[in-house]
Design a binder for this molecule. Structure first.
Ligand SMILES: NC(=O)c1ccc[n+]([C@@H]2O[C@H](COP(=O)([O-])OP(=O)(O)OC[C@H]3O[C@@H](n4cnc5c(N)ncnc54)[C@H](OP(=O)(O)O)[C@@H]3O)[C@@H](O)[C@H]2O)c1
Length: 319
């Protein structure tokens, strides 16, 4: 079968399309014929082996995991003898951590759920990492409530487009921050207000927010604290060494009860959360915003597009 393989760290040039052996599922695994996969920032970190600490998981000198790609959607082709939840023919999606940029993957059944019935494989593959991140931050870490004012910096990216819609689902008043070309899109997915950062500085607007979800990390803690309402919460969901250092020094509650912190978790591949997202899709509450679809052979180009920092929603690999 065809798969993207990398044997060393580096730029997207290390991603090679190769013929490798088709996997055979173990007793608790299913064999999925993959129809679509999505690209995530974690793919670039694992590809480059930077930030360096990632190598303690990914392999110190060369990548431990040779076949990248976490988000997939496809069809079950075969099941191991102890699999109880799926049968051949089922359409599934999930965050499988590795081996998603390929024609087939063997996947522990606990990482998959049935695909939302009303969306394409491309739209379903877009969901797992970014959708789980948005749900687990908004619902679990921020405990978002109806009527709260939330500002989402980086509202037009993979996490941001789901976060805007999920925050609306929870009844929040949403302000999205993006560049001019994405203003209409962010408004169309439900943002009540959109700030074009090329024209306005959201830290100078005079508005206060109960919650700030920051998918960019380009402002200082003091600027962010200035716009945090009493008892509000700022959460950094981006790799920004300078801001992470500031947050490390200033974590804990401030005088007005406000809290600044960084995302304490990577997205957890929890079946019940994927089921929750499936229900939101089937109810028409949320949708995937797809930037561009690339064939498997152009995976390096897809990752370069993500690395440009300009992804508009999700970048998809069609297989
Ligand atoms: N903890 C986890 O498990 C987890 C999971 C997923 C992602 N993340 C992290 O979350 C962050 C966002 O991920 P993502 O998948 O959403 O990334 P992404 O899709 O690559 O984000 C691209 C978006 O960032 C926006 N952007 C760039 N510069 C901006 C600025 N100065 N102000 C506002 N928006 C700006 C762009 O909008 P414009 O083109 O309009 O500027 C673009 O739409 C990353 O740092 C990633 O590492 C963490």
């Amino acid at each position: 079968m065809k798969a993207i393989v990398r044997t060393k760290y580096g730029s997207a040039d290390v991603l090679k399309l190769k013929d490798i052996e088709k996997p055979t599922p173990k007793e608790n695994e299913v064999l999925v014929k993959i129809y679509a996969a999505a690209v995530n920032p974690l793919d670039k970190y694992f590809m480059r082996g930077t930030p360096f600490f990632i190598r303690f998981v990914a392999g110190l000198v060369t990548p431990k995991y040779k076949t990248p790609g976490a988000d997939i959607a496809g069809q079950v082709e075969a099941v191991g003898e102890n699999v109880t939840q799926f049968q051949p023919g089922d359409e599934v999606y999930g965050d499988i951590h590795n081996s998603g940029f390929a024609e087939y993957a063997r996947v522990p059944e606990k990482l998959l759920v049935l695909k939302p019935a009303n969306v394409s494989f491309e739209e379903a593959a877009a969901i797992p990492v970014a959708g789980l991140t948005a749900v687990q931050i908004l619902r679990d870490q921020m405990q978002i409530k109806p009527g709260q004012k939330i500002l989402i910096n980086g509202a037009s990216g993979g996490v941001g487009t789901y976060a805007v819609q999920i925050a609306k689902h929870y009844g929040a008043d949403v302000t999205g921050v993006c560049s001019t070309g994405n203003v209409d899109m962010v408004r169309s997915i439900g943002a009540d207000q959109v700030t074009d950062y090329t024209k306005e500085d959201f830290t100078q607007s005079g508005e206060f927010y109960d919650l700030i979800l920051d998918n960019v990390g380009n402002r200082s803690v003091s600027e962010l604290k200035r716009i945090l309402a009493p008892n509000g919460m700022y959460l950094l969901n981006a790799f920004s060494p300078a801001l992470m250092l500031q947050l490390g020094l200033q974590s804990g509650k401030s005088k007005n009860g406000g809290q600044v912190m960084r995302n304490s978790d990577v997205a957890k591949a929890i079946q019940s959360d994927l089921e929750f997202l499936k229900e939101l899709f089937e109810a028409g509450t949320i949708k995937s915003v797809i930037d561009k679809v690339y064939p498997l052979s152009e995976t390096p180009e897809a990752v370069r597009h993500l690395e440009s920092g300009r992804a508009r929603g999700k970048i998809i690999i069609a297989i």
